[in-house]
Write a protein that binds this ligand. Structure first.
Ligand SMILES: Nc1nc2c(c(=O)[nH]1)N[C@H]1C(S)=C(S)[C@@H](COP(=O)(O)O)O[C@H]1N2
Ligand SMILES: [Mo]
Length: 454
């Protein structure tokens, strides 16, 4: 395989050249690695190919890493710069996923998307991040897949095959933004344990399925319903069958909103295996941990759902702000609801050279949980002055919005482009890290990219 090469036109080395590992190989060979701190590994046999996805194996191979240090990275705070060069992790190949994704953990598999690979309005399936809490199911047969709905506040227990869902209910498609609650965690200081996401645990593909509300209503919801919870077919990382990897949910009021889907397709094709094939819950705008993958069961609860990772401190933040480094008692931690306003600069890639004589086009996405984005502003002087970007309307509620702008640099030299979004209630992104919290959730600080003007 060919080693990654630093791009000559870039002032940064590229650590993310795709490696030449085949996704369709039947062997578990792993490429040579020149990176000292990354161990090559492949997944255990029980996690290998599902029936629905032919012979493909979950090969996790590490690509080569150029190793050269970027010129500017050391003076940029990590986490605020393009994840493409903020990471020292090696690129990798996960079945169905671009080699450019950056792997943060290989058991369970967690991989994020460099900002420039999120440039599409509709995120490509192979570019969507992967966040697994446990071991994905190894046997998936869409023909025999069954979804069960039950719980104290369900009027009955009812089961649906995939064919039942497709026949019985109206199909809907929405673009829905899924962002991990821990996206941006890498920037917290003191640091928080967990995957060190920089900016890439977010995606907004088009999902197709049936409305969660339609299915819940078909079963019947009792008046005392408070919450829903999901269960997926993945298994606990320990291998203990009595434990769930994750089982979260949302209040019944959120669950009944029309954009929430029980989805079988992403971008008009099967959902990628790692993103929950053959069926997943999609709850846009809330922490993506509420969007259960490999969906087998939904419970309608008469209390706040108490599945795995619902209890503190998981996916909770201090109910009242705390000083950095504080210890917070479990009872003082509150469940995260909608995600806060945020934006991403997806073009150009951080670290490009740009001719001063030419206008500099910059663009990206912005999203605001259950709200919408009314404004995006750009600064090239560290936030001293701002100019308005053009912001498009969302295609539907809970979908990210596109923005674009042109910048004229006043001189040659080193610049940073910052983007700041404001939601429809006037709440903007902070320029620096917002409220420290023990688990490193909800970092919606401004994204910025470096430009060398020549
Ligand atoms: N069954 C199941 N559903 C799950 C998870 C999981 O590990 N198992 N991870 C959750 C978390 S924490 C996130 S951020 C999203 C990630 O979705 P993705 O892997 O499709 O990007 O899925 C959520 N749903
Ligand atoms: Mo997550």
């Amino acid at each position: 395989m060919k080693p990654a090469q630093a791009k000559p036109e870039s002032i940064f080395s590229s650590a993310n050249e795709p490696s030449a590992i085949s996704n369709d190989s039947n062997t578990e060979s792993v490429s040579n690695v020149s990176l000292s701190d990354a161990a090559s590994s492949s997944l255990a046999p029980e996690a290998s190919a599902s029936r629905g996805l032919s012979r493909r194996r979950f090969i996790l191979g590490l690509g080569a890493f150029a190793g050269a240090q970027s010129l500017l990275a050391p003076i940029l705070p990590s986490g605020m710069i393009s994840s493409a060069f903020a990471q020292t992790n090696s690129p990798s190949t996960i079945v169905g996923k671009s080699a450019g994704l950056v792997v943060l953990n290989d058991r369970p598999i967690n991989a994020e998307t460099p900002a420039h690979m999120l440039d599409d309005k509709i995120t490509k399936a192979e570019n969507m991040f992967v966040r697994n809490n446990g071991i994905p199911p190894s046997e998936i047969d869409p023909q025999t897949w069954v979804l069960t709905i039950e719980g104290e506040s369900a009027k009955q227990r009812k089961q649906y095959s995939l064919a039942d869902l497709k026949e019985k209910f109206t199909h809907h498609s929405y673009q829905l933004t899924l962002e991990c609650g821990g996206n941006g965690r890498a920037e917290f200081s003191p640091g928080a344990k967990g995957n060190q996401w920089t900016t890439g645990a977010v995606a907004c593909p088009k999902w197709t399925g049936v409305r969660l509300a339609d299915v819940l209503k078909d079963v019947g919801i009792k008046d005392d319903a408070v919450y829903i919870g999901y269960y997926g077919k993945d298994t606990h990382i320990s291998g203990d069958p009595s434990k769930e990897a994750i089982s979260r949910g949302v209040p019944i009021s959120k669950a009944l909103e029309e954009e929430n889907l029980i989805a079988w397709a992403m971008n008009d094709a099967d959902i990628p295996l790692m993103n929950g094939h053959p069926l997943r819950l999609v709850i846009g705008g809330w922490p993506a941990s509420t969007s259960g993958k490999w969906l087998e069961r939904i419970v309608i609860r008469d209390q706040v759902h108490d599945g795995a990772k619902m209890a503190a401190p998981a996916y909770r933040v201090p109910c009242e702000p705390v000083a950095p480094g504080s210890k917070v008692a479990d009872e003082d931690m509150c469940i995260i609801h909608a995600m806060p306003v945020k934006s991403l600069i997806t073009f150009p890639k951080s670290g490009e050279n740009h001719k001063q004589s030419e206008a500099f086009a910059v663009r990206g996405h912005a999203w605001a949980g259950d709200k919408s984005v009314k404004q995006v502003q750009i600064s090239i002087d560290f936030g001293q002055t701002w100019q308005q970007a053009k912001v498009e309307k969302p295609v539907n509620r809970n979908a990210w919005q596109q923005w674009q702008s042109e910048v004229q640099f006043p001189s040659k030299g080193y610049f940073e482009v910052w983007a700041k979004a404001t939601d429809n209630e006037g709440v903007s992104q902070p320029m620096i890290l917002p409220g420290w919290n023990p688990k490193g959730y909800l970092n919606n600080a401004c994204h910025r990219v470096a430009v060398q003007v020549v």
